[in-house]
Design a protein around this ligand. Structure first.
Ligand code: AMP
Ligand code: ZN
Length: 114
């Protein structure tokens, strides 16, 4: 499996894991775009948002948002505010083809979304 995020899940790439449970793990982005920039991923290889199945994955994104909120609190950015972003596909700016959520904060973020 040459997916970089699957390799992180498998412990094959040394990465500080900030959170993990049966379904998801979180770690710091290697190229941070803000003082806090975390990545939250499902452990299971799902290529993108577009590959979510309503039946099998109905609770996954909600769970990832809850984990992100807990991490925002740990990072001390719950009050100041933060952004959750999921890029999907080539035109959506997705570079790593394993579903992931960005948690960005720690500075006033640009109002630009696209
Ligand atoms: P996206 O453009 O939404 O696919 O974002 C992929 C993100 O993964 C980028 O912000 C990268 O900096 C980040 N990234 C790529 N490889 C790693 C890695 N080994 N550890 C942590 N973050 C990574
Ligand atoms: Zn993967």
């Amino acid at each position: 499996m040459d997916c970089i995020f699957c390799q992180i899940v498998a412990g094959k790439v040394p990465t500080e894991i900030l959170y993990q449970d049966e379904e998801v793990i979180a770690f710091r982005d290697i190229n941070p775009q803000a003082p806090t920039h975390l990545i939250i991923i499902p452990k299971r290889h799902i290529p993108s948002l577009a590959h979510l199945s309503e039946k099998a994955d109905s609770s996954l994104i909600g769970h990832m948002v809850n984990v992100a909120n807990q991490l925002a609190q740990k990072e001390g950015i719950l009050e100041s505010g933060y952004r959750l972003a999921i890029n999907c596909g080539e035109w959506g700016g997705q570079l790593v083809p394993h579903l992931h959520m960005h948690l960005l904060g720690g500075r006033r973020l640009s109002g630009k979304l696209g």
